[in-house]
Design a protein around this ligand. Structure first.
Ligand SMILES: Nc1ncnc2c1ncn2[C@@H]1O[C@H](COP(=O)(O)OP(=O)(O)OP(=O)(O)O)[C@@H](O)[C@H]1O
Ligand SMILES: [Mg+2]
Length: 423
């Protein structure tokens, strides 16, 4: 069902975050002052997806439709095109370089040397993508980090400089071609034009991180139901990204197994009584557990349940630390960790994270969006709201993966848009 105003007419952007626990569709409108106003949000439980992989296509399409319809209803706008988010174990990253020779004539006269142009940058970025990928993988994002001109490093904008060699350092995010293609097909089957796919934590970072954090170093951790997604920023660029195939649902599973109860009850207990730090949970507060097959009455304290939760969370934090150590960053990240995603809502998670990882930690809900904020000010919605800013605020040279190789024209267009902000 499509209703209301047409999304193409009113600077409307639509983001669909396809998570393992819920599908969230957000509709935003770009304002004259360049801010984005949230117009509507729709949620549907996720079905047909497991650890980011489609396991039942029809169910997934049905749930996407429900989320889109709910958002359309709230915004009174019909969705015609959308950007979608993706995560999954198949996602990998590589830092690469692409280099071009400048002033090949080797002129002895420095003044006569030509300065670096946009076309040189385009070539360097294009060459950085010439990596040998497995047959089933494709490039999802091309994120420039910085440039080297001869021996001068960490240059953000080399245009106008002179030298012999220009090197672009680029962060590539790689994903399984089939996974991307199938997600695209699901959205298109609903009559929605596909605008591109975004790796979940990159979308989340647009509405959670500030410039200082990205510059001096921070790790964005999006803790979802089945996955924990990570992006490390330093020097105002992405240095590392990865997916840990364990999310907040592992806590629910642990509670269910330890207490021999169903997953639904375990989820309720986690949300109502769970604390990431057992020492901050009460040993006095006992609650009853469901009685199974005429067995004896059972009860358990908040503290006891929280002990299981703390053990699992410490394991996840160790995995996060291991991933961060793989990032190409020297020294400690000044701003430590920013936690977001539904899993970040666990009580006392920030306190446990600070203690276990010995890092500065903050839990973040989406910001930078105006409109019906109170509806969306929840860490579960960060990726969906981040998608609304993707077209206007991301540094990506390629957010539509299916059109495989970047043509010079596309690169040029993206670079022009990018540099418009600098002058
Ligand atoms: N108040 C809360 N306290 C603790 N955990 C919570 C709370 N609210 C939600 N969660 C947990 O957050 C997780 C869902 O998070 P989120 O909605 O970000 O996942 P998703 O984006 O659908 O999944 P993924 O990113 O793995 O694909 C679930 O495990 C849920 O139990
Ligand atoms: Mg998620």
């Amino acid at each position: 069902m499509r209703r209301g105003a047409n999304s193409q007419e009113k600077n409307i952007t639509v983001g669909i975050d396809i998570g393992s626990s819920k599908i969230c569709c957000a509709i935003g409108q770009l304002q004259e002052n360049s801010s984005t106003k949230l117009m509507g949000i729709g949620i549907a439980p996720s079905k047909g997806l497991n650890h980011g992989n489609i396991v039942h296509r029809d169910q997934l399409i049905e749930q996407i439709e429900k989320a889109v319809e709910a958002a359309e209803m709230m915004a009174d706008i019909s969705v015609e095109r959308a950007i979608i988010s993706m995560t999954g174990e198949h996602i990998r990253c590589i830092n690469t370089v692409g280099a071009v020779a400048l002033n090949k004539g080797n002129s002895p006269n420095l003044v006569a040397e030509q300065s670096i142009t946009m076309s040189d940058m385009e070539k360097a970025i294009e060459l950085s993508q010439a990596v040998s990928l497995p047959i089933d993988k494709d490039i999802l994002h091309v994120l420039p980090q910085d440039y080297l001109v001869d021996t001068l490093a960490f240059i953000k904008n080399p245009i106008g400089m002179t030298g012999r060699r220009l090197e672009a350092r680029v962060h590539l995010v790689i994903a399984a071609t089939t996974a991307m293609q199938n997600l695209k097909n699901c959205v298109e089957e609903l009559g929605i034009d596909f605008e591109g796919i975004v790796f979940q934590p990159l979308a989340s970072s647009l509405v959670t991180l500030n410039e200082d954090e990205k510059n001096l170093g921070v790790t964005l951790v999006d803790m979802g139901a089945h996955t924990t997604d990570i992006t490390v920023y330093h020097g105002d660029a992405v240095r590392y990204s990865s997916v840990i195939p364990i999310g907040a649902n592992s806590i629910t599973n642990d509670i269910a197994v330890m207490l021999q109860i169903g997953l639904e009850t375990a989820e309720e207990i986690k949300i109502k009584y769970g604390s990431a730090k057992a020492s901050l949970a009460s040993s006095e507060l006992n609650f009853d557990l469901p009685v199974s097959n005429g067995g004896p009455k059972r009860s358990i304290s908040e503290h006891e349940v929280s002990r299981y939760i703390e053990a699992r969370m410490q394991e996840i934090f160790q995995l996060i630390i291991r991933e961060i150590s793989k990032a190409d960053v020297k020294g400690k990240l000044t701003y430590g960790i920013v936690l977001t995603g539904g899993g970040a809502q666990l009580r006392n998670l920030g306190a446990l994270a600070t203690e276990t990882m010995d890092l500065k930690v903050r839990v973040a809900s989406p910001t930078n969006i105006t409109g019906i904020k109170e509806v969306a000010e929840n860490p579960e919605y960060t990726a969906a709201l981040g998608l609304l800013l993707w077209n206007t605020q991301s540094d990506d040279f390629k957010n539509s993966t299916q059109e495989s190789a970047l043509t010079l024209k596309t690169v040029s267009h993206k670079i022009s848009a990018w540099f418009k902000d600098f002058f």
